[in-house]
Design a protein around this ligand. Structure first.
Ligand code: TYM
Length: 495
């Protein structure tokens, strides 16, 4: 029997607060329920629709979900029971749906996790598919309008241009703000190299803007422990890099009265409440689950297996009693690139089971590598990146030599056919850093109609990047050891 409209509404309510039918990974119960739908649920049931698209995106992999199918499948939601019976209609529907799901949600080949980002196409990651695959929500016009209404500020160009493209629970954060309540921001950096690259700035620029607009506290986690566990680096080296990177973060201009930056290695040993939350998360996640979420296997060192609990803990205000004066229920918003989402899917699923609030998230796309949008800018490849330590001349050389061009082979051909902004890395970089919407649109038109040549487009970008990096370097020069210590002192924050 197909699902009734009433039942769909109840399910929508369920999926507002839960990622799956039960537990915190997709199971055979999700696969069974999925088969009862004859098509995508309607738009007025956004949470059910998000769940449906997410489960559809697994395509044939649905058969490998853990657990066994129950018949009948009974789902209890807020005291109401939905009973789904397997019958012959369901089997027919299931065959039809198999076709539907293959057509509508082909398995995507893009790889996106905290350690690998590789797109299958030169145009880059298919972010729409990623939203379905990860089960998050699009940052759409409705959210942006609400954002403007609640804050009285035009949304940041990262939001307007879809650079931040996905979210979890952002409406809940806006509801709080409307009700005059506060939340806190949490973001981080894994210090694996002395020099951060321009891509690393993206979440920090967004975080700074959010701190200014909402006037809220911020915690910044430096996961020097994570880098020790994953990279071939000495423990003390990672800890030193955390302090080096913290200078770049301080240089972003975060409000000193509202910002706490910490190195895991130094902070955890002295912090009872933080470690208590780490332990609670650890107790509620099995090896099978981290295997599924992060791809760990029997040869992964055991530090890696427990690390996700450490990245989860700062999402809870109770981890920082000195900041929040003991308040355990201050909601959290995490700006990050989408590669970090696996950590927070796990966190959100565990949170209610340990009596804590799920963090909300804002996800950004990746600032692409110089060589093209199929990978993200990465610190481990010199020629793929513009570093915050690069000189004006290095920036110019790298852009001119390595930035993948959507221009044509000859000037004549370019004038005739125009450049391709969809694959042109210099143009993509301008969408991140050229704030003036009109100027950007003019460049797009001029370049794609062939009036502007690749060299001219690159010259525009070089000017902007040289200024951005030089300004950052000047601010960083002003950051003293004492100033960093101030930011890193556990203390109450203005709240
Ligand atoms: P890390 O050091 O790899 O990256 C730091 C932040 O930068 C984002 N990022 C990028 N954003 C846009 N374009 C790129 N090319 C790009 N490369 C990296 C990352 O998504 C991240 O937001 N485990 C984390 C540290 C961490 C963290 C957090 C990050 C701990 N807690 C909470 C975000 C939120 C890491 O190694 O990040």
């Amino acid at each position: 029997m197909p699902i009734t409209r009433e039942e769909e509404k109840v399910l929508d309510e369920h999926f507002l607060a839960n990622s799956y039918v039960e537990g915190f990974t997709a199971s055979q119960s999700d696969a069974a329920l999925f088969e009862y739908f004859t098509g995508t649920p309607s738009q007025d049931l956004p949470s059910l629709q998000r769940w449906f698209r997410h489960i559809a995106s697994f395509d044939k992999d649905r058969t490998t979900f853990p657990g066994s199918r129950r018949n009948p499948l009974e789902i209890f939601i807020n005291g109401r029971k939905i009973t789904v019976m397997a019958d012959s209609t369901a089997v027919e529907q299931s065959a039809a749906l198999e076709q539907f799901s293959t057509a509508e949600a082909q398995v995507d080949e893009d790889i996106v996790d905290p350690w690998n980002v590789q797109a299958s196409s030169s145009k880059g990651i298919d972010y729409d598919k990623l939203i379905d695959r990860f089960g998050s929500s699009r940052i759409d016009a409705t959210l942006l309008e609400r954002f403007e209404k609640v804050t009285g500020r035009k949304p940041h160009h990262f939001l307007r241009r879809g650079i931040f493209f996905s979210h979890r629970d952002m409406h809940r954060i806006l509801n709080l703000v409307e009700a005059g309540k506060k939340f806190f921001l949490y973001t981080g950096r894994g210090p694996s190299s002395e020099a951060m690259h321009v891509g690393h700035l993206i979440p920090f620029i967004m975080t700074k803007w959010l701190q200014d607009v909402f006037d809220v506290p911020l915690v910044v986690q430096l996961t020097d422990d994570e880098k020790y566990l994953w990279k071939d680096l000495k423990l003390e080296q990672c800890n030193k890099l955390a302090y080096e990177n913290s200078k770049d973060i301080v240089a972003m201009g975060f409000d000193i009265n509202k910002t706490f930056i910490f190195s895991d290695i130094d902070f955890i040993e002295g912090s009872g409440e933080f470690y208590r939350n780490v332990l609670k998360v650890q107790k509620h996640v099995t090896f099978n689950q981290v295997k599924g979420i992060f791809g760990f296997d029997e040869s992964s060192n055991i530090g890696k297996i427990m690390f996700p609990a450490i990245q989860a803990a700062p999402s809870f205000s109770s981890s920082f009693p000195f900041i929040f004066k003991g308040k355990k229920d201050v909601p959290c918003l995490i700006p990050c690139a989408i590669d970090q989402d696996p950590y927070f899917r796990m966190t959100r699923d565990v949170a209610p089971r340990i009596g804590l609030q799920k963090p909300a998230l804002l996800h950004s796309t990746f600032f692409p590598a110089l060589a093209g949008a199929s990978t993200k800018m990465s610190a481990s490849d010199e020629n793929s990146s513009i570093f915050l330590t690069d000189t004006a001349n290095q920036i110019k050389k790298k852009i001119n030599k390595y930035a993948f061009s959507g221009g044509r082979d000859t000037i004549e051909e370019h004038r005739e056919k125009g450049g391709d902004c969809e694959v042109d890395v210099s143009y993509m970089y301008l969408t991140f850093f050229l704030e003036d919407d009109e100027k950007l649109e003019e460049i797009r038109q001029q370049y794609s109609t062939g009036n502007m040549l690749t060299g001219e487009l690159k010259a525009e970008l070089i000017k902007i990047l040289q200024a951005l990096v030089a300004e950052h370097q000047a601010r960083r020069k002003e950051v003293t050891e004492d100033l960093v210590k101030e930011y890193m002192k556990p203390r109450p924050l203005n709240f």
